[in-house]
Design a protein around this ligand. Sequence first.
Ligand SMILES: Nc1ncnc2c1ncn2[C@@H]1O[C@H](COP(=O)(O)OP(=O)(O)OP(=O)(O)O)[C@@H](O)[C@H]1O
Length: 247
Amino acid sequence: MALFEARGLHKRFGDQVVLEEINLAFEAGSLSGIMGPNGAGKTTCFNVLTGRYRPDRGSVRFDGDDITGWAPHRIVRRGISRSFQIMNLFDEYSALDNVVVALPSVRSRSFDVLHAIDADSEAQDRAETILDRVGLRGRERVNVRSLSYGERRALEIGVALATDPRLLFVDEPTAGLGTGATARLAELIQELKRHTTIVMIEHDMRFLFGLADRISVIHWGQVIAEGTPDELRENPWVRRSNLGGLA
Ligand SMILES: Nc1ncnc2c1ncn2[C@@H]1O[C@H](COP(=O)(O)OP(=O)(O)OP(=O)(O)O)[C@@H](O)[C@H]1O
């Protein structure tokens, strides 16, 4: 049985049907890709899968639990984390502080978190381990605004890892990155994949096809194709899309 399963998801905004009968399954230990044209409904799908929007119909199951309609923080506590397409970092704080404040042990405190950070060596050690994992060793004390764009992307993933998720959703990690930073990010995700189940929306086909075990194509709010990268290379829709240059 899949670690995560969505069945018959529908979502509409006013008159606009954005998701229509979405079925998806993600296996433990795999990296699943989601691709599709702009406006196809991919981010909305992530929003429904991670609790930001409640589906109008359908169900979402994770590791044996029906999590449909659960609030985002409850879903995070259950073991699902998400890194956003739009960066979500505190620019005026260091890379380390951004991870420390995302740690569950720190977030659960009711007193002034930032004053407590310096004194909490356990939280700092944990955050340093995470920063090491996302390739930011040596950059712990650097303010976020002084990090390169690629480093900020890596830090975003580090923040998402602070809750020690079993399943990590990543929305367009290569957006805005140049060739070198994209290659470094591919190495990072390849490494993360060894310990964490990952679902990734991505427009960069070369990047996605190089990393994913399975890919789902979403178009007009529906899953129109699904398979391994090799299977999808043969798919007529994929061949007609900008993936043509990949083959
Ligand atoms: N909160 C919202 N209220 C109203 N309409 C929305 C909302 N969120 C998304 N939409 C609409 O749903 C459609 C799908 O958007 P979505 O962002 O899910 O697409 P996408 O496939 O992620 O696109 P992109 O690749 O450009 O990020 C769009 O027409 C968008 O305008």
